[in-house]
Design a protein around this ligand. Structure first.
Ligand SMILES: *[C@@H]1O[C@H](CO)[C@@H](O)[C@H](O)[C@H]1NC(C)=O
Ligand SMILES: *[C@@H]1O[C@H](CO)[C@@H](O)[C@H](O)[C@H]1NC(C)=O
Ligand SMILES: *[C@@H]1O[C@H](CO)[C@@H](O)[C@H](O)[C@H]1NC(C)=O
Length: 276
């Protein structure tokens, strides 16, 4: 980007207007010259201010050029604009195991299930999906970011159960294998080129505390909420009537009346399941 301040032409005062004129003339021309100089300073000053302002607008973009890319995703309109950090022993691997458990428990992937109108789907070139039960002009999709969270939760639970010496796991091995494959594909697809710095103190913790640039998860969440399919993964390791999982529409949803006609009243709190 270049500074596009207008150029202003000015001409020097002629000698007649200066040295050789009468005192009166000289005073007048001095006044004129001062006025012109003042105007010039004003123009230069405003131009400088404008340049500084443009630079301020431009700098964050320049930073994004280096650390990420400025393009916007096709669906939730996300870009690489959110500061983040490589972190060890954050809330998801905390020395206080209560903190760790609470952090993982509060991660929800239900929101990842969304219903998108066919019209929108066609306009962005997504494949057509199975029907959303409460509106057949919409298809069901699962946001990949939330799929990743779902996978991480399953892998974590399975590892935990195995470390505890349990002889059965809540989710069978096939689920873990699928999740490992999916997360690997994400890693390869993402091809993250951020160099993690290494420190002598912690050679096994490259990048510890280092700044990085992220996309805005909250914005993805807002997109998910806007398009919610009312899905809740109740009885997650069981095959139940699928419709039971699409009952959990938020207050004000146009589908709630029909849902309550079919299912009556049911539990919508954290302990909701197929039987309550
Ligand atoms: C661990 O975290 C929990 C929840 O924040 C807190 O109540 C508890 O006091 C912490 N325990 C220790 C040993 O710091
Ligand atoms: C699995 O563990 C449970 C207790 O956690 C035990 O009752 C059961 O016999 C074990 N099953 C096998 C096949 O080892
Ligand atoms: C699902 O997981 C729960 C909790 O681990 C367990 O009690 C139940 O038997 C599991 N159901 C199936 C069908 O595996």
């Amino acid at each position: 980007m270049s500074s596009k301040s207008k150029s202003y032409e000015y001409t020097l005062l002629s000698p007649e207007q200066g040295e050789e004129g009468s005192i009166k003339h000289r005073n007048k021309s001095r006044w004129l010259s001062r006025a012109l100089r003042g105007a010039l300073y004003l123009v230069i000053g405003s131009s400088l201010l404008l340049n500084v302002f443009q630079l301020m607008l431009w700098l964050p973009h320049k930073r994004a050029d280096v650390l990420g890319d400025q393009s916007v995703t096709a669906y939730a309109q996300l870009s690489w604009n959110t500061p983040g950090k490589f972190e060890h022993n954050g809330i998801y691997d905390n020395e206080n195991s209560t903190v760790t458990e609470e952090a993982w428990d509060s991660l929800r992937y239900d929101l990842g299930s969304i219903a998108l109108a066919d019209e929108y789907v066609n306009s962005v070139g997504l494949p057509k999906a199975q029907r959303f039960p409460w509106d057949y002009s919409k298809g069901l999709y699962f946001l990949n970011g939330y799929h990743g969270i779902h996978c991480l939760k399953i892998l974590r639970l399975t590892l935990k159960e195995l470390f505890e010496g349990k002889n059965t796991t809540t989710f069978h091995q096939g689920h873990s294998n699928h999740c490992l494959e999916a997360l690997l594909q994400d890693t390869l697809c993402f091809a993250d080129d951020t160099p993690r710095y290494t420190a002598e103190m912690h050679p096994g913790r490259p990048g510890d505390g280092q700044q990085r640039v992220c996309r805005d998860w909250k914005k993805l969440e807002a997109f998910a909420q806007t398009h919610t399919s009312c899905w809740r993964d109740i009885n997650p390791n069981e095959s139940i009537d699928t419709l039971l999982r699409y009952r959990y529409c938020p207050p004000g949803s146009p589908y709630l009346e029909r849902i309550h006609k079919i299912f009556g009243d049911f539990e919508t709190g954290p302990n909701a399941n197929k039987d309550n």
